[in-house]
Design a protein around this ligand. Structure first.
Ligand code: ZN
Ligand code: ZN
Length: 160
């Protein structure tokens, strides 16, 4: 299947080996993508481990798990990463469904390299929320009406 992170690559050639611990992220963008994919497939331990240790007290596994299990991620757009700017910063838009709304979270994240790459923290630059009508096509891309879409497709899932 296509990777959750919307890279256009296959999951097993993109984020899966990182989440499985078989490969380390080469840069902040790879780590960012793999953490997003880990939210999609609810790999809570991986999200926790890739938080910088200084952030563990305020980002517990329980909190991560609650968020991952409440929202439904349907898309990721990297705005700029290592190619254009400094290697420690990644800006992105993450799209997710929450209740009957499509949320677009824009964040500028900071990463730290300390033997391996860690996510440090992020500044939310905007958080847009659009209501979804019951008869609208579901933003998850399943092709169903929103009111009939009970198990939304995670991003990347629909393209084989
Ligand atoms: Zn990926
Ligand atoms: Zn859906």
């Amino acid at each position: 299947m296509n990777c959750y992170c919307c890279s256009g690559k296959q999951f097993n050639e993109c984020c899966q080996p990182l989440i499985a611990g078989e490969k380390a992220a080469k840069n902040s963008v790879e780590l960012m993508r793999s953490r997003y994919s880990a939210y999609c497939c609810k790999k809570i331990d991986y999200i926790f481990q890739t938080y910088h240790p200084e952030q563990h007290a305020t980002n517990t596994k329980t909190q991560i798990s609650e968020f991952a299990n409440t929202v439904h991620f349907v898309g990721l757009t990297i705005i700029n990463g290592v190619e254009q700017t400094d290697p420690d910063t990644v800006s992105f838009n993450a799209h997710y469904l929450l209740d009957n709304k499509l949320e677009t979270l824009s964040e500028c994240s900071r990463f730290v390299f300390s033997g391996v790459w860690y996510y440090y923290d992020g500044a939310i630059t905007s958080n847009k929320s659009v209501g979804i009508g019951r008869n609208d096509d579901c933003p998850c891309g399943s092709g169903r009406k929103f009111k009939k879409c009970f198990t939304h497709l995670a991003s990347g899932a629909k393209l084989g």
